[in-house]
Design a protein. Structure first.
Length: 236
């Protein structure tokens, strides 16, 4: 394909909803059947981007030392970029871009607690056709009760708190420069900058739509974390 992709995995949050289960352990290091979630995530990512050369960055914050110890012990090729204060998901992603000095490169920003069934090779090819517009991977969702939703109008993804035709899979293809610019604009008013509020809602993002039957799971709340113990090893 000729294009390299830099993957940023967001792994610096507080994980407050799982604190009663995990304590100080970061979500990305949460055990799934005695194996840290990060191993499933990296294996899944490489299987979904087999056609594309990638570098993987972990945007760390709270729990950095625990993640760093794992990375060093297991001799992985993961690159850690730490935030020393909570910046939010957009702030953390932009921090990675600025630290790697790759503003002119292409990125996939991923949540560090979610797996889903999609061909990311195809999604990347779609993104390459119109690199000026970020591409957000979304799933059709009926009767959505938990996740913030989106509608699509004039081929643009729009946040909607009432009508939720689509939910985000926490995966955004974009240019590094767009992450940096959006973060700089938001930082003038906000210390915490979020991908959904300060990036997706502010830029004319396109949607890569997955069918409503698409398998996915996140481990962000106790109920789904408990389900993940059997579901992830079996399905992913």
């Amino acid at each position: 394909m000729g294009h390299k992709l830099n993957v940023i995995i967001l792994a610096g949050g507080q994980g407050s909803r799982l604190k009663g289960i995990l304590g100080k352990t970061p979500k990305i290091m949460a055990k799934i059947m005695d194996k840290p979630f990060i191993e499933y995530l990296v294996e899944w990512l490489k299987s979904k981007l087999q056609e594309i050369p990638i570098d993987i960055y972990l945007a760390t914050g709270i729990g950095h030392d625990i993640i760093n110890e794992y990375v060093k012990k297991n001799d992985t090729n993961l690159i850690l970029i730490q935030e020393y204060e909570q910046l939010g998901t957009l702030g953390a992603a932009a921090n990675c871009v600025m630290h790697t000095a790759k503003e002119n490169s292409l990125y996939l920003v991923l949540n560090g607690d979610t797996l889903f069934d999609a061909d990311l090779n195809i999604a990347f090819k779609v993104f390459l056709k119109t690199q000026e517009s970020p591409l957000v991977v979304v799933k059709k969702e009926h009767n959505n009760q938990r996740f913030g939703g989106y509608i699509i109008k004039d081929n643009i993804l729009i946040k909607d708190l009432v009508k939720t035709d689509y939910i985000s899979m926490g995966a955004v293809f974009t240019r590094g420069i767009d992450l940096v610019r959006a973060d700089k604009n938001a930082s003038m008013q906000e210390s915490i900058r979020m991908m959904d509020t300060h990036f997706i809602q502010q830029l004319c993002c396109k949607a890569f739509i997955l069918d409503d039957s698409t398998r996915f799971i996140d481990i962000g709340v106790p109920e789904s974390y408990n389900i993940a113990q059997l579901y992830i090893p079996k399905e992913f």
